[in-house]
Structure formats: structure tokens, C-alpha cells
Write a protein that binds this ligand. Sequence first.
Ligand SMILES: Nc1nc2c(ncn2[C@@H]2O[C@H](COP(=O)(O)OP(=O)(O)O)[C@@H](O)[C@H]2O)c(=O)[nH]1
Ligand SMILES: [Mg+2]
Length: 694
Amino acid sequence: MSYTTDLVRNVSLAGHGGTGKTTLFERLLFAGGVIGKPETVESGKTVSDSTPEEIERKISIYASLGHVEWKGKKINFFDTPGSSDFFGDVIPSFRAAEFVVLAVDGRVGMQIETLKHWRNLEGRGKPRAIFITKLDDERADFERTLADIKEKCRIDPVPVTLPMGAGSSYKGVLDILDAKAFFLQADGLEKEGEVPAEYRDAMETARQRLIEAAAEGDDTLMEHYINKGDLDAAEMHTGLIEALAEHKYVPVFCGVPTRNSGLVAFLDFVADVGPDPRTAHDFAMKEDGSEADVPIDPGKPFSGIVIKTNFDQFSGKLSWVKVITGKLGADSEIFNVTENKKEKIGKMYVCQGKKLEETRELYAGDVGILSKIASARTNDTLSAVDGSTVYRTLKLPEPVHATAVNAVQKKDEDKLGEALLRATEEDKTFRYSFNAETKETVIAGMGELHVNIILDKIKASQKIEVQTHLPRVAYRETIAKKSGAEYTHKKQTGGHGQYARVVLEIAPLERGANYRFVNAIFGGSISKGYIPGVEKGVQEGMGAGTLAGYPVVDVEVKVTDGKEHPVDSSELAFKLAARNAFREAMKQASPSLLEPVMQLTVYVDAHNLGDVMSDLSSRRGKILGQQSIGGGIEEIKAQVPQAELLRYSIDLRSMTSGTGSFGVEFDHYSPIAGKTAEEVIKAAQAFRVQEHDE
Ligand SMILES: Nc1nc2c(ncn2[C@@H]2O[C@H](COP(=O)(O)OP(=O)(O)O)[C@@H](O)[C@H]2O)c(=O)[nH]1
Ligand SMILES: [Mg+2]
């Protein structure tokens, strides 16, 4: 069954972990008749939390997609993970859904991840709503939660449903829009009924508020409202649709997902009022790097973007596609614009969690799944064969937590490498690289949990053991003063000898200049043909400094003299002589260590500012600036040695109860001395001993 654009609605369920998103998703599928029996997160059998790692931890790690047909509309729901470690799987739903519903726990109010989502959505101007859960709990309080949302998001949200009763006397919800009540049942879905007399006043007050919101929809409605003090049902309907599409109000829903309460009024609203994809647009990249809006439009040739990639045990690679224009058909030919490759589409699917269902057509606005499109990767633009539009890639956060990793058994290294590579394809916030300098495989992600879960999954699926440790810092060595040395390489082996003599001078260069080689030989004491050998030798010498074996930088090497032998000289002999001459010279040139210093940007709540600043100082950090960026958030810019930041994502999280976040990039190399340098040298020696043992 396929649905035209006007009949498609996309909703992302997002918010802090544990607020009830997965439960809500499950119950919405139940209300829509997709599943006959809803399961609990605790049972490990929900449609959404279906992977072994999710079942084991009882949290969502990956985005899931499912859909219900409601009032003739196909409503796609994304269930998303709550922990910031998995934010990379929330972003695709923010891109693909025209409507984001943030779940808020009625016991605790607006929590940090939800607030971060809120800020992200502000940047997108995306229509959004709030769903307050857990109102059956004695500690829950609808009004208090609403007040908290008002304060933290600086909005005046508009209730579309209101709770009847609270805690153990919770009875169900009032549907303000349709002036109905939905009563909680001992079993099964809630039942529609008359609004009890005691709630009529509350209902009327809420209806007035909703009418005001509708009147914001456009100027004529506002005029009618001002003149009549009311709007009729049809006016209210159009007003709410228009005002929501432009994010002029934030509807609030409530309920108890675990007991199937608050679902019907919510589904009605999404189907009747929720944003039509045709009111939304996506973003194309223009040649000059700027963006252009592309309306979601079924009338154009096909184009779409791959928003997510995952690997299924049975179906192989699955590419999730948001159709932006036109229609995508099964058994058709398309063009991967990003990879410049024609592709044949075979079967095409929609899904309910991990269950795939074949479909023949997907219209603009809809989200579906293609299997086995070899070239397709997350962020690729797909289009009709003659298309050339390229869509903007997903705005994903940069990884902030790095770990070095290796297989316990040497023979498993290749398997580990392949599995890590595949993980980077599935997860764009996960990186994997081999650092030739420190001879380590380094992986990086959004936090310790993120990285550990990926490793656990690899261990289990590949049946290999892996070890992790803090990544080694890529130090450098340099010199502080001029010096010179001469070295004669001389060997008599059998009939044929080796001979070369090199005299050179070295001098410090400015920071960042790296390396300069000067051939200052006059009178041909070393023939031209041997100079490349000399330079190779110098470079080898610089590859491992004399202090701790780190690469040497910012040095000028000048070859001033030498000597060769008509028979016994060779390029190899000059290389060896130059390498040793360089080492001798370096020892005399006051060698010192340089460490990488990172540019750090930290975002924290104002009340954590003092702690975070003094912590940065204790990490040998230099504060460059600090400013308020609104919403009670402070931005700190600092330069901090990389060696002090290896566990920063963990430490910042504990210092700020998870509210802080940061970005980091390499800035420059800076000298270190004294105790800090001694420790680095000691550690490097220990490492070399260990390497020899292996
Ligand atoms: N009492 C109560 N518990 C709920 C409600 N909604 C969800 N829960 C429970 O809250 C926990 C977290 O729910 P889950 O759906 O996994 O939250 P998610 O992390 O947002 O997906 C589970 O134990 C649910 O059973 C509710 O309305 N009332
Ligand atoms: Mg969940």
C-alpha cells in the first residue's frame, strides 16, 4: 500500500532517556492495529528496542521506524534514543520528520537531553509538540511539568489534551479539540465518552486557549476571532494547521503510554493537524556552498537523501531514504548523485521496527528502505537518472571521546578492522583510524557508552576479544639551539666496502615550519648523486628523535661537507652516515618535547561555569574567552594540552550532571619541560621495552 504526499505524516518521538518514547511508540502501533498485543520495554519484546544490545540494557540505542494508518493518513513514527551518546541516530529523524514530539516525564519535568533537542529544533524552526507521560505515578504533576517547560523553553505551550485525575486516581484524558473524554480501561485501548461535569470549566478555558492559537494561523482568522471572540470548527481546524506548520504554538499532550491512555486524541491531532510534508522543505547545496530550500513536492522528478544506513542479518545493507521530490518506484533505475553512479532498485520496503514490508511506491515526504544499493551511503543524494541536485548532509556532531583499541589475539586484527569500518558506515558519529605515528587503532564516538556499545557488539558478533586503553598522545621533538656533527660510516665486508662521511649543521626553525633541507656542499666533496641518500638519512633521523623517539620538527638541516670513496660509497652508505650525523647533532642541540594543544569550546549551564573554568586551569588550560550565549548557557573557549583531555567527555559529564558539552580540534604544538616532559620520556621508554617484548 502506498500513500500520496498529502496522506503522509512524519513524527519523531524524541527526548531524554526513560521518558516513555519507546513505550509510546509501541502503544501507538497497538492503537493503530499494527500489533495485537503491546509489549513492555522490560520484556525486551517491543517493536522498537529489538537489538540484543537494546534488550540487554533496556534502553533505545538506534532509531526505529514504524507507521500506523489513522483517519486515512499514514503516520510514520521514529522512536529515537534519549542518551546524548546516540544523538547521531536522532538527527536523521529531525531531518526527515516534519513534526517532532518531545516526551517529558511528568514526574521530573524538562530534562537536559530534551532541552538540547529543543535548542537544536529552534535552529531548524521545526514544528514541535510536548507529550507529558507517567501521569499515573504519584510523583507526577501535570501543572508543575507544564510550568517547568514554560520556564526552560520560554514558551507558553497549548494543551490539546488534559489529564483527568492524577496518580492512582488518574482516569484518562480530555480531548480539547474534539470536546471529548477518553477513559482509561483496565485492559486494551482507552474508551471515548462524555466530558464529566467537573471538567467542563477546565475544558472551556483550554478551548479558548486553543482558539487563540488557531487565530494566529493567519490574519483573516485573527480578524474573525477579534470580531466574534470565537472561531467555528472549520476555522479552528485550518488555523491550527497553519499556525503549527509555521511553529507559532507548541501543542501539549499527556497520558500514560504504559496503560494505552492519551493515544487516540494524539493520533487524531497528528492526522488532522500535523504538518503536511508539502508545507515543509529540505535543503540543497548550491555550487557556491550556500543552501537553497527545496519544497517537498510530489510533482517533480524523483530525488531523496539517504538518512541512515544499517546492516540487517538477513537483508544485508539497508538504506533509509527520505523522498524529497517525486516518487520512488520499486524495480526502477536511479542515480546516486553523490557517488556518481547509476543504481538499479530492486525491492523497496517500509518497516515496523525490524520487520520489513514490501512496497511498490514511495511518494515525496515518505520514508522507506532500499536494500542492497551498493553505492548508497548515509548522506548520499539519490535522484532520477538525469538529476543533479545535491542535498545538504546531516548536521551531525563531531566525536569527542577517543579510545585506542586492539585485538587480544594478533590474528583477529583484520576481523576487528573490518567490523570497525562497517560500524563507521552505520554510524556517522563513530570514527575509526590507524595512527601510524603512535601505532594505534583509535576509535572515537560521542561518549564512553557509545564507544563501549559498538565494541561490545563487535566482540559478540565477531567472537573476538578486544582491549582498550587511553590513546597515546602524538608528541613531537625539536631543538633549541644550533649544533653540528660529523659522522663517517665505514665498513669492510668481504671484498666490497661501505664508505660515506657527512658533515652537517642543524638549527631551530620557527614553530610550524617543520623541516628544511639545505645542500651547502661546495667543491663536490659529496657528489650530487648521493645527496638524495643524505636527505633520506636526515629524514629517517628526524622520524624518531633522540629524547623519546617522537618525530622531530621545526629543524633546518644543512649539509656542509663530506667525503666519498670512488668504489665503496653508495646511497645507502650516505643515508646511514647522515642519519647518525643528525642524531649526534640533535643530542648537542638542547632537544626538547612538544605536545599537541587543542582548541576547546565548552558549553555549560551558568551555575557550572566556575567549576568548569577552574578544572580547565588544573588541566594546564589557557582560557581564551567566555560569554553567555542565551538560555542560561555559557560558552568557554580555551587551549588545553591534548594529554589533559583524554577523558574529558567523561569528566565534563560528571562535573555538570550531563548538561555540559564540548567540541575540540587540534590547534598547535607547544613546548613542555620539567616533570611533564620527564614523564613522557619515561612512558616512551617503557613503551619501547614493551614493543621489543612482543
Ligand atoms: N508509570 C509509568 N511508567 C511509564 C510510562 N511510560 C513509560 N513508563 C516506563 O518508563 C520506563 C522507560 O520507558 P521507555 O519507553 O523505555 O522510555 P524511553 O527511554 O523514552 O524510550 C519503562 O520502564 C516504562 O515502562 C507511564 O506513562 N507511566
Ligand atoms: Mg526508548
